[in-house]
Design a binder for this molecule. Sequence first.
Ligand code: SAM
Ligand code: SF4
Ligand code: SF4
Length: 339
Amino acid sequence: MTSKKDVYDQLNRPLRDLRISVTDRCNFRCTYCMPAELFGPDYPFLKKDELLSFEEIERLTKIFVQSLGVKKIRITGGEPLMRSNLPDLLSKISSIDGIEDIAMTTNGSLLPKYAKTLKEAGLHRVSISLDSLNDDVFGRINGKGVSVQTVLDGIDAAHEAGLLVKINMVVKRGMNEDEIIPMAKFFREKGHILRFIEFMDVGNTNKWRFDDVYPKKQIIQDIHEVMPLEPIDPNYTGEVASRYRYKNSEVEIGVISSVSDAFCSTCNRARISAKGTLYTCLFASNGHDLRTPIRANDTDEQLSSLLETIWFHRTDQYSVERSDVTIKKHKIEMSHIGG
Ligand code: SAM
Ligand code: SF4
Ligand code: SF4
């Protein structure tokens, strides 16, 4: 293995955070991510041998951590818990020296089954997605009529298993902005950090429009009128959420404002899709195929040098440059890259 070094891109950003998508499949069909009319029974999902194997993911992760300065790993998808034997991957990853944080983003539906095993395998944290507390609204958003209680059971299972829990709520104008206050009250009571995510133009299938974005400023104003908030400092450089605390309370919320308030200048994240393509931006059109060199038996040194070169040449700052022109370009879908 080559020795550890910090790699900086063309905007002087180091590489710290690696997000790994383990499947492009999902048991939900969220309208803003995998609209049911496009991701139907005939959708060409990846076949098993097209996915990176756990051994290939482990090998790449080791190189990212031990040679390129990555400290945080996030497992995502599609729905990561749809990948068979996922705890085995967590066991492999958690035994790699040098990782400070291992997290997963999930829709929560399978957590009652897996939370305990995931915790035992070394997972630290979960971000669980829930966009409404109203069954009709949530059932429509997730495209499968899944109940709110299903996700709440997942949240409880994760908490009881000892995993740190955050809740992710995508806010889209006309879809669920009325749910901001009920969600804020509910999770303030429960003591879980709720993070609001502006609806983003990831991929080309979710019919994104600027007008559908319910911006950070509005979200904060809505909550502040009911439950006064005060801003708090980021935990670390590159944290994506702007943090706020309810006054006279320890409970906090966050807002991820990729559209209204870009945070590209500190973006230290790389993403690997389920088939092993590396993307240096969530809104990228093209990635770098890592599966071919891995399966061609390239050495760790060769792979490390390839990754270093890719990061060195990185200039991405899509959210700073977003315009009527950029939103029309071909972009990788969220279910492939994983958020
Ligand atoms: N299936 C898992 C889940 O839903 O948590 C993990 C993958 S999902 C693609 C990751 C995160 O991206 C989720 O919190 C989801 O709500 C969010 N997301 C998906 N499409 C989005 C969009 N167009 N804009 C903003 N967030 C989005
Ligand atoms: Fe599935 Fe997550 Fe996308 Fe919803 S947001 S369709 S749960 S991958
Ligand atoms: Fe990072 Fe791209 Fe998002 Fe900017 S738009 S914060 S570069 S992923």
